[in-house]
Design a protein around this ligand. Structure first.
Ligand SMILES: NC(=O)c1ccc[n+]([C@@H]2O[C@H](COP(=O)([O-])OP(=O)(O)OC[C@H]3O[C@@H](n4cnc5c(N)ncnc54)[C@H](O)[C@@H]3O)[C@@H](O)[C@H]2O)c1
Length: 378
């Protein structure tokens, strides 16, 4: 049974399972939806940080509904729409379980960059007129009717209006929220206060991938510092061929992303690093890479006797599953908080799983604090 017993505006819920509403059914959502079936069917726990959280396995997460703007996704079952163009993440589960969840139109807001709407452009988005007409009332009705208890925000980078729209929708429908994108909701005191007041859990902002550029770069910086190495400068360059990288060619959409990724790394150094000496960002869109992200990290430093030390590292990883491996934990933590009536940002969980939490911690301290929080709840 995956039944929701009442959606009561954040006053605490008795939930059987997390039932998620997904805003933005792109590549990250595709990897997540495939992963739910993959782990539900298999005996393997390989690739997971937590086989169980709150008694829930990954396969216990169910999908209530999704919202998108693309005509190739709207109206279809989520289990099929995740394979529609322009999604190009790797298929590792060809026939995901069909929960009956459908993709509904959501208002485009600032979700689709102008260059992504140009017909003929590779991986362009085809905005459906139904999406142009969708209202907050329509979205709220779907959230309530489908029994969602948690909203997952997977809109494109730069969707300030869109992220705020879905944060408001979650609040009004009494849902927890996991904000996977670099628009500041959990780390914004005003939005955090609204979720706190409503008694609704909030996790954000900007998911820290399972073994991605951010966590590797953070760990290397912290390791170097802990060994007495002086870091002079560092850069992190990322390339990929998915819609996320295509979207990020529009540099004006990147303000939040740049802050989030840079602070995630410099926060690990006691003295930080002068902004002139650190460069982190998406660098280019290379179509044939598809969902494969390639990251180059460079560190220039000095060791004993102030003698120079250089590090060059290349990490190649499938981008979207790398985020899904973390999001499955965030979803179950948010559901656990709902069950225990914990409202507002979940500090330790945000610090462990997100690049731009309300307060940064070291990865080790955040992981320990998150384990403690889970134990307290169970
Ligand atoms: N490892 C990772 O992949 C990773 C890590 C951290 C953060 N993120 C963030 O997660 C988000 C999702 O990434 P993705 O790769 O799935 O992107 P994507 O471009 O593949 O998917 C975005 C989806 O949102 C839809 N959309 C656009 N505007 C919308 C609106 N107003 N309402 C509803 N749907 C709308 C698009 O049609 C598309 O289906 C991005 O912001 C990305 O930066 C990803």
């Amino acid at each position: 049974m995956n039944v929701l017993h009442g959606n009561n505006g954040g006053k605490g819920m008795s939930i059987e399972h997390p039932r998620i509403a997904i805003a933005g059914l792109g590549n990250c959502a595709s990897a997540l939806v495939q992963g739910l079936t993959f782990y539900r069917r298999g005996n393997s726990h390989s690739g997971l940080m937590h086989p169980l959280i709150g008694g829930w396995s990954v396969g216990d997460i169910h999908i209530a509904c999704a919202f998108d703007v693309d005509r190739r996704k709207i109206g279809r079952r989520v289990a099929q729409a995740i394979f529609a163009e322009p999604n190009n993440s790797r298929i590792f589960c060809h026939d995901p379980d069909d929960d009956g969840a459908v993709v509904y139109p959501g208002p485009p807001g600032d979700g689709v960059a102008a260059h992504l709407q140009r017909e003929g452009f590779p991986q362009h988005v085809e905005v459906d007129p139904q999406a142009q007409r969708a209202s907050a009332a329509d979205v709220g009705r779907v959230l309530r009717d489908t029994g969602a208890n948690l909203l997952l925000n997977y809109l494109p980078v730069g969707s300030q209006i869109g992220a705020e729209f879905y944060a408001r929708a979650a609040l009004e429908a009494g849902l927890a929220m996991v904000n996977c994108i670099p628009v500041f909701i959990a780390s914004d005191p005003v939005w955090a206060g609204r979720f706190q007041q409503a008694g609704l859990p909030l996790i954000g902002d900007d998911v820290k991938s399972q073994f991605g550029a951010t966590i590797v770069h953070r760990q290397l910086m912290a390791l170097a510092e802990s060994r007495g190495i002086a870091i002079d400068s560092s850069y992190q360059l990322n390339v990929g061929g998915n819609t996320d990288f295509l979207n990020m060619l529009e540099r004006s959409r990147l303000a939040g992303k740049k802050i989030s990724k840079t602070q995630a790394v410099t926060s690990q150094l006691r003295q930080g690093l002068d902004e002139q000496r650190i460069h982190i960002g998406p660098s280019d869109y290379i179509p044939f890479l598809a969902d494969n992200k390639v990251c180059h990290i460079r560190m220039n430093a000095r060791g004993f006797g102030e003698l120079p030390l250089e590090l060059d590292l290349k990490l190649s990883v499938e981008d979207s599953p790398n985020s899904a491996g973390v999001v499955v934990d965030a979803i179950r933590c948010a559901a656990l908080a709902l069950r225990h009536r914990r409202g507002g940002p979940l500090g330790a969980v945000c610090a462990a799983l997100m690049k731009h939490p309300p307060a940064q911690m070291s990865d080790a301290a955040a992981a320990t604090a998150m384990e403690q929080w889970i134990c307290e709840c169970c």
